[in-house]
Ligand binder design. Structure first.
Ligand code: MG
Length: 460
């Protein structure tokens, strides 16, 4: 484990290699030391996804926390957004999700949750990192060790509060038929119950938690969702929805079996949130398609672009009092429920749209402006990333074919044909290069030109 403990999505690694009991114990102790400085008698909620290594890591983290005098409540096997909601609603001082989201089964991770249910901001991670790396743990005397309890009300709390928030009457009357693919992830614990409560007819695919993910990989990409894409039109369902391993992200399949990219579902939802609120602010990273800007313009909204990463999106949403936000990977954030990516409220809002509209999901998606997006990557050692970015900027800043350069995250270059984004990955030694525009040929050419430029600078 290097000097940085937390990555873009908490602490992740392969079980019993870099993600082992010793690490989990140390993280628990560091976390507890941090909390004890902030609160007099901290209580921490801990929950897990459906992975095989959860008990091992959970008990290690719990031991570490107890040793510093924090009390811990085990809230069970739950989707990450359900853990986040419970932390916020039941007034825990902090929360921990043992999860590796969509990663392969041999992985696991530890994710930090703030008192308000949001993911840890970078500053908190840094403080915990510092305590961990310098081994500045503060354990308590024998008579002040923390206590462990459990609570099993999180599923009911989460489902009932979502149902209360939406137009359940319209949803119930429409009796929509949904194919639900949980991919044996932990969404199986809440989403089938939620859909039943809303009067939907459900056809389930892999809605039993299984930490081996025996039926499909946990990432909801088109290659992994072939089965649900065939199933939806075959049985005449209204739509399909597939989740990632910890159920914060949801990907929709239209009535014809078409995979709907996250940009499109994000934009469709943005349209309805803008109509509902008569305008407002939408927050999304620089990587999301231009179609969201077109829709915002049309429905009296403004789009605020951020760096990549859902904690950043959530924090900017709070600061800007945004009405909606999210990422292009199916992670949508509805602030009226909570400031984190959440498949439960996302699916319910989708049901609400379809219940009130006379159109199918496919028809609604057709109405969203079309752009072509392509992506590529270039190898770049981590230690050279900054210098390379500066080098690219120097090369292009005087180029008069460029209309605008946005430096929010990497370099987003706007030309007459569309935009190109050159961005160092936060997790891998690569530069990601994205391109989007109306005509695929133009974008392919642009992407090729900029890829060459990035390679030249890396090799110089
Ligand atoms: Mg996830």
């Amino acid at each position: 484990m290097d000097a940085r403990l937390f990555g873009t999505n908490g602490i992740r690694g392969v079980v019993n290699q870099d993600m082992n009991c010793e690490l989990a114990l140390g993280v628990g102790k560091a976390w507890g030391t941090y909390l004890k400085k902030k609160f007099k008698e901290p209580i921490v909620a801990i929950g897990t996804d459906a992975r095989l290594s959860n008990d091992m890591l959970k008990t290690s983290v719990i031991s570490g926390l107890l040793s510093t005098g924090c009390n811990v409540t085990d809230i069970g096997m739950l989707p990450t957004p359900t853990i986040q909601y419970t932390v916020k609603k039941k007034d825990f001082h902090s929360g921990i999700a043992i999860t590796a989201s969509h990663n392969p089964p041999e992985f696991n991770g530890i994710k930090g949750i703030e008192r308000d249910g949001t993911e840890f901001p970078r500053e908190v991670e840094e403080e915990i990192e510092k305590i961990y790396l310098n081994r500045r743990f503060e354990v308590v005397s024998w008579d002040k060790v923390g206590k462990l309890s459990s609570w099993d009300g999180a599923v009911d709390l989460y489902i009932n509060d979502i149902v209360r928030l939406v137009d359940r009457k319209s949803i119930k009357e429409r009796k929509l038929h949904v194919v639900l693919d949980c991919g044996n992830g932990v969404g199986s614990i809440t989403i089938p119950l939620l859909l039943k409560k809303l009067g939907c007819k459900i056809t389930e695919l892999y809605c039993k938690p299984n930490g081996r993910f025996p039926n499909r990989s946990s990432e909801p990409t088109p290659e992994n969702l072939v089965e649900i894409m065939e199933k939806v039109p075959k049985i005449g369902a209204d739509f399909g929805v597939a989740l990632d391993g910890d159920a914060d992200r949801s990907i929709f399949i239209d009535e014809k079996g078409n995979y709907i990219w996250g940009d499109k579902s994000l934009t469709l939802m943005a349209k309805y949130m803008l109509l509902k609120n008569k305008g407002g602010k939408i927050v999304t990273p620089v990587t999301t398609s231009q179609c969201i800007d077109d829709i915002a313009k049309k429905y009296n909204g403004t789009v605020i672009r951020t760096r990549v990463g859902s904690p950043t999106v959530a924090r900017v949403m709070m600061k800007e009092k945004a009405i909606f936000g999210g990422e292009e990977n199916g992670g949508l954030i509805f602030p009226e429920f909570q400031y984190c990516r959440d498949s439960g409220i996302t699916i319910t809002r989708m049901l609400e749209i379809l219940a009130r509209e006379d159109k199918t999901l496919g028809e609604l998606i057709e109405e969203i402006p079309r752009y072509e997006m392509i992506k590529t990557k270039v190898f770049c050692p981590n230690e050279r990333k900054e210098e390379v970015l500066a080098g690219i900027y120097e090369k292009i800043k005087e180029d008069d074919r460029i209309k605008n350069i946005d430096r929010t995250d990497g370099l987003k270059i706007f030309t007459g044909e569309g935009w190109i984004l050159i961005r160092p990955s936060g997790t891998e030694p690569i530069y990601r290069i994205y391109g989007e525009g109306k005509r695929i040929r133009d974008i392919e050419r642009l992407l090729e030109d900029y890829k060459k430029l990035v390679e030249e600078i890396i090799n110089s």
